[in-house]
Design a protein around this ligand. Sequence first.
Ligand SMILES: C[C@H](N)C(=O)N[C@@H](CCCCN)C(=O)O
Length: 469
Amino acid sequence: MVAALQKKISESATARWIVLALVAFTMLCGYFITDVMAPLKPMLEQQMGWSSSDYGFFTSAYGWFNVFLLMLIFGGMILDKMGVRFTGLMSTVIMVIGVGIKYWAIASDFGGASVTIFGSVISSQVLWAAIGYAIFGVGIEIAGITVSKIIVKWFKGKELALAMGLEMACARIGTALALSITPLLAEEFGSVSMPILLGLLLLCIGMISFVVFVVMDTKRDRELKDSAELEEPFRFRDIFEIVRIKGFWYIAILCVLFYSAVFPFLKYAPDLMFNKFGISEKLSGIIPALLPFGTILLTPFFGNLYDRRGKGATIMLVGSFMIVAVHLLFAVPAFTNWLLALVLIITLGIAFSLVPSAMWPSVPKIIPENKLGTAYALIFWIQNWGLMGVPYLIGKVLDNYCVVDNATTVAEEITGVVAPETVTRVAYDYTVPMLIFAGLGVLSILFAFLLLRENKKMGYGLQQPNIRK
Ligand SMILES: C[C@H](N)C(=O)N[C@@H](CCCCN)C(=O)O
């Protein structure tokens, strides 16, 4: 391995896969933090007095600065201007700062203090936790576009979709860990903030991993200094060129719709398991955690298929159909058997492997490489509207239209084991939220069709394999 690295890093397959492992690990740490709060929703409600709207407000904070302060757009420009090393390091520092604030907010006692924002009263704890999460959201999103560009840089013309699939698989390990171990940790240590502290430590290790990548990437660029493989510089007018491309819009809109039907769903999935399927709070994250676990194997598998066989646009279409079926079945009030929940989550995992494995490696087929950072940033920016808006909407819908009168009814009816006096929280009927998620899926199908049609017209090659023979 050392000999391979000493030869020529730019030509070494070993070096390429090590780079992937390093940056993928950084993303794993980031994704752990992204979802660490999801299984804690019931505890936040019981121990800290949060409501579903508070939780929706907090969760939506992920996109605030990215969307309204255009942080992602600036991040994309910085990426294309300053390169992957600077931008990646910058984004990891931002993540650490954000998680630090979030941890402090959850670990502190604000004595019931609150503030009024745009006429709504918000608890100071919720607000500070949300601000921390919003800062973290800037970091993880910029890290996401940076890592995408790193993979294109190192894997173009090679196993691009497989590499992206593996990177996403690692990120999903972070999500799966967050969903599965967080409530256990919180219970074990008797503290809701403990899992966040663990995430913070993990993230610091992720930062070190990125520093090692920086060393390798610097070496590669030195080797290629005089060769044509180095990119053209970014110009500001590139943005206008990108937004004139119809295919860009189709993939960006498909992205926001599809991801809004998955990531925000995951934020509420443990709560859905408790309310609809009668799974205890402590174990409510286990079934949702199977979704990311399933994608760990399947995303690289479908990526490899795309690399070798093509059919990227078809893969996105099939995944969109599947997500509609899953959410519609979740919406049926009579279906309350946990085995069905298990099957639906696994199916969702397949859909969530199909679409991302084809979507992200398709972007370089539509957009030239020197504009790629900005293009990924624009797509992420559009996607963040959904990641911000949908959880907020679901929180509001739950509080306003889905509260079940008798707080003990749902869980008690299903399991028959919940002692009424021990249940102090509100119970929710998830039918309407699930129909909202299904609606997003229906629109995804439409845009996947439009993308397929545009591909035929423009010859992007989305149906062609990525590996050049
Ligand atoms: C949430 C984030 N904006 C996102 O879309 N992440 C994608 C991965 C995109 C990068 C692929 N190299 C995901 O599926 O997690």
